[in-house]
Design a binder for this molecule. Structure first.
Ligand SMILES: *Cc1c(COP(=O)(O)O)cnc(C)c1O
Length: 355
């Protein structure tokens, strides 16, 4: 069935949904995708008419530049359904701004706002049955841009594809994790593109993370590339430390991703009178706080898991356990944020976006 809902979006619906084959009780994160995807090509210096088409493989030349020079940026966001069946996004403007900031750093063209939001709305309406109600259920949304131009000469492409694919997700809880503080490796460097959500930043993380896994840690806490003396991010999340009742987190920089979850937690904390110190956090002060037991919590913050508590960390051959807290900040922030996302609490910040 082909129909055009507006001048700027073409829709080609699947003839039959595959939703009946999906076991929503046992979803593996990121393995199953909805019936449709959003696609828009950049050719001759212009974004062409965006389309929604059945989810399926892409055909590209093996010489497409993304395969050779890694021009690829992405976003991660979620759609949530409340008990009345209404669908919401959480601060999608932030994701829109960030994908263009990432694209700019990788010399890729800016994507038009109207295409992004029209595409998201139309896609989420078409695949609405894939968003299950219930606290913790969501639809993970992955917008991304890749360089499609067929050429192996080493310069930025002049053809790109912008896509949005969607994957149903359940509450994501991997248990409290142990993390290894990086002493040698970095995920990003000063002057680099650590602040961009770029595929290449992830590619470089897998190897050091695997080495940490061999030592019994699930993730790495990345430290600054110049001195390795400051805590920067945990795995693919921003990181918070609770020392006594104060939260510490590094300021964003060109090495640190400006997470939507991070800045939302800071805003909630400030409103609730929880003290947050946004400043460089020394590894040595966290080791000291672990030793004298003023270190109460460490947690990662990001869209996929919301808040991910850390139970222990390793540094310079020592292993430091953190005692489990009653009334943890991690639990408090996770609930506060999810209550807003699922339209349970009042949205005093104006963060919800109704689809
Ligand atoms: C995506 C990401 C985060 C978390 O950002 P959110 O907007 O909160 O999902 C943090 N660090 C890195 C490196 C990331 O890629």
């Amino acid at each position: 069935m082909k129909n055009t809902i507006s001048q700027t979006l073409e829709i080609n619906e699947v003839s039959e949904s595959k939703i009946g084959q999906v076991d929503f009780e046992n979803l593996n994160f990121g393995k199953i995708f909805t019936d449709h995807m959003f696609v828009c090509d950049y050719i001759n210096g212009e974004w062409q008419t965006p389309k929604i088409v059945p989810y399926g493989p892409l055909t590209m030349e093996p010489s497409a530049r993304v395969f050779h020079y890694g021009q690829a940026v992405f976003e991660g966001m979620k759609a949530y359904k409340d008990d009345q069946g209404d669908t919401f996004l959480f601060r999608p403007d932030e994701n829109y701004k960030r994908i263009n900031k990432s694209a700019e750093r990788l010399a890729m063209p800016e994507f038009p706002k109207e295409y992004f939001f029209d595409g998201l709305n139309a896609l989420l309406k078409l695949d609405n049955n894939w968003i299950k109600p219930g606290f913790g259920n969501s639809l993970y949304i992955r917008p991304f841009v890749i360089a499609t131009q067929a050429s192996v000469s080493a310069s930025e492409a002049d053809e790109y594809k912008f896509l949005i694919i969607c994957s149903p997700a359940q509450s994501y809880y991997s248990g409290d994790v142990s993390v290894l503080v990086a002493e040698k490796f970095s995920r990003s460097a000063s002057g680099g593109f650590g602040y961009a959500k770029a595929a290449g930043n992830y590619a470089g993380q897998f190897y050091p993370t695997n080495l940490a896994k061999q030592q019994g840690y699930q993730q790495v806490i990345w430290t600054d590339s110049n001195t390795h003396e400051y805590m920067e991010e945990a795995g693919t999340m921003n990181v918070f430390f609770r020392v006594n009742d104060t939260l510490l987190t590094a300021p964003i920089s060109d090495r640190i991703l400006d997470g939507v979850t991070r800045k939302s937690l800071i805003a909630i904390a400030e409103k609730e009178g929880i003290k947050v110190d946004v400043r460089p956090v020394k590894v040595s002060e966290i080791v000291e706080a672990a030793k004298n037991r003023s270190l109460k919590e460490i947690f990662g913050a990001g869209t996929a898991a919301v808040v991910s508590p850390v139970k222990a960390f390793g540094y310079q051959g020592e292993h430091y356990e953190i005692q489990k807290q009653e009334n943890s900040y991690a639990d408090y922030f996770k609930k506060a944020l999810m209550d807003i996302q699922y339209n349970i609490s009042e949205d005093t910040f104006g963060w919800r976006y109704k689809v």
